[in-house]
Design a protein around this ligand. Structure first.
Ligand code: SF4
Ligand code: SF4
Length: 380
């Protein structure tokens, strides 16, 4: 087995370690903060000595229970997240001391009102545009309130020194993941898109960042040097796809369909990819100002206009030499659905192929997605 295969196998084998780790952290007295969105300023929780657990649900099992309180015509991510909380079937939600939520889309915002009956919940009021000076001021003021909230939950003050240290460590993690992602810009990538996705998921639930970030940096170096020494995994000469749109944690079936159809996913513009890794926190500035700038830059469809997303799509298409874009749309996600018209026009103006896949967390449409993906990949 080659070096890259060994690293991939390690990641796969340990992807499900998170629940035990969060239980142990909780039992050791560490505060656990549940989060749902890329707008969460992780650095504040780290600097308070807490750990952050991503709660976005990825299974359709809790949806039926959620539909007893929520309308059916709501995105599966929102319903599944609420359903897990209601049924207490998510170990991360179970062990978290508080949730930090955001006013992103309307469905999520209103769901959080119901969720606040189940857990202490702090809401970050995200501005819905990012280019005006008052947007930055609002973000900063909201992050200050979040800082104070986390200090209360953790029972300790967040010092600027601790915050700077957390920012530096999270930046190192982002840079290491970026270096991993950037290997996919090579003509013959060392990792499939699914493996890159799994690396991101794995790191989300590694809570000891002081230990885990150096480990990640080391693995990225090992993958690169194995590739430079000639290790190949038959991922060249395939159509190169960028994924954009809604979060794909619960619809990995789309990534699998792309790669089963004979293409390779070389880049992610959505959450976990560009939205999180595209911007670092500026370590030379006042830490609160720098955090507000970084998170405000996220190109999410809740922003109007969403210029940063369009700019990212253009830049990534060129950098990763893509042949086509697959846009993932979770059922009833209005902001991404409306924005898909502009995305399609942009992608086509670049001379690339575009496919929109609207789906939910069920398995029922797997075959239909596979058939459409086969036809899409065949065109390239
Ligand atoms: S798509 Fe937007 S709202 Fe949804 S998790 Fe990502 S940043 Fe948050
Ligand atoms: S996928 Fe769309 S509808 Fe669902 S939580 Fe994210 S922004 Fe809201």
């Amino acid at each position: 087995m080659g070096t890259i295969d060994q690293i991939v196998q390690h990641v796969r084998e340990h992807m499900a370690d998170g629940p035990v780790a969060v239980k142990e952290a909780h039992e050791a007295g560490t505060k656990v903060i549940g989060t749902y969105c890329t707008y969460m300023p992780w650095e504040l929780a780290d600097a308070a000595g807490a750990i952050t657990a991503v709660l976005c649900a990825k299974s359709d099992k809790p949806i039926a229970a959620a539909e007893e309180h929520l309308p059916r015509n709501l995105c599966p991510l929102i319903k599944a997240s609420y359903g897990h909380a209601l049924l207490d079937t998510c170990p991360y939600f179970h062990f978290c001391d508080a949730v930090v939520a955001e006013t992103t889309c309307d469905g999520k915002k209103k769901m959080f009102e119901l969720m606040s009956a189940l857990k202490p919940l702090h809401m970050i009021r995200i501005p819905h545009s990012s280019s005006r000076p008052e947007d930055l001021e609002q973000m900063k003021s909201e992050f200050w309130k979040t800082r104070e909230y986390l200090e209360k939950v953790a029972g300790r003050a967040i010092t600027d020194d601790a915050l700077r240290e957390s920012i530096a460590l999270r930046n190192r993690e982002r840079e290491a993941l970026r270096s991993l992602w950037e290997l996919s810009a090579l003509d013959e990538p060392p990792l499939s898109g699914l493996e890159v996705h799994q690396f991101g998921e794995y790191m989300q639930y590694r809570f000891d960042k002081r230990k885990d970030v150096p480990w990640l940096e080391e693995q990225v170096k090992r993958i690169r040097s194995a590739w430079e020494s000639g290790e190949r995994r038959n991922l060249g000469k395939k159509p190169r796809i960028m994924i954009t749109g809604c979060p794909t944690g619960g619809v990995v079936k789309v990534i699998e369909a792309v790669e089963n159809a004979g293409a390779v996913v070389v880049c992610y513009e959505n959450c976990g990819g560009q939205k999180e890794l595209g911007y670092l926190v500026d370590e030379t500035k006042d830490p609160m100002e720098a955090l507000a700038e970084k998170y405000l830059a996220i190109g999410c469809s809740i922003m109007s206009p969403d210029t940063n997303r369009m700019d990212s799509l253009r830049a990534l298409a060129e950098r990763y030499k893509i042949d086509g874009v697959v846009e993932v749309l979770l059922t009833a996600c209005h902001t991404y659905a409306v924005e898909s018209y502009s995305v399609r026009n942009l992608v086509q103006s670049l001379g690339k192929k575009y496919l929109l896949v609207e789906t939910d967390y069920s398995e029922g449409d797997k075959e239909q997605i596979a058939t459409r993906m086969d036809a899409f990949v065949e065109m390239m």
